[in-house]
Design a protein around this ligand. Sequence first.
Ligand code: SAM
Length: 213
Amino acid sequence: MIDTYRHQGLRRKLVESVKSKGIIDERVLDAIGKIPRHFFLDSSFTEIAYQDKPFPIGLGQTISQPYTVAFQTELLEVQAGEKILEIGTGSGYQACVLVEMGAKVFSIERHRDLHKRSKALLEKMGYYPKLFYGDGYLGLPAFAPFDKILVTAGAPDVPDALLNQLNVGGTIVIPLGGSGNQVMTRLKKKSETEIEKQEFGHFRFVPLLGKKT
Ligand code: SAM
């Protein structure tokens, strides 16, 4: 795994591209600027790794488009030291962005092979979020409550378990809707009974699936 000047140059251009699309949180941009995205793809896809596009990572899943990663992360308003739960580890790239921003990251993936692959890669890269193989619909009751929850697959609705495992004052960012067309949604838990909802445009995610494979 080598991160050359060429990769770093491509990465700077990627950061500029994401910034030109409206991302303003410098800490998000810094994280994207630091993480070698080409490590997450096969070595023959170095150029593609630094285009602002999603890309297949096997098992019908994708590493999200960098702009989408940046957009969700910005909406989450991450602060250093926060405990954040991610649903859908996938490649592990988003988890690295959150770790770079100083969060304590927990992430769940329902595909055993993707879970194993991302765990091995992130350890090699020196990132140590807590990665779990399991069903994100259930959250992680043993580690709750969380300050923030980030769902990186399209969900028909907000799983109750996730709302229950969120601190009062906490935030969930989740793409809500049917297959292939979701509305990016931010929910803030104002009290045990009051949820504030904001919507931020349409996105396209692979679906959040119920059962483990
Ligand atoms: N965050 C990922 C990254 O940085 O590469 C991209 C996530 S990909 C768009 C969505 C992921 O959610 C897939 O890896 C998929 O297997 C996973 N997923 C779908 N349903 C799930 C569930 N119920 N629990 C956990 N993971 C799930």
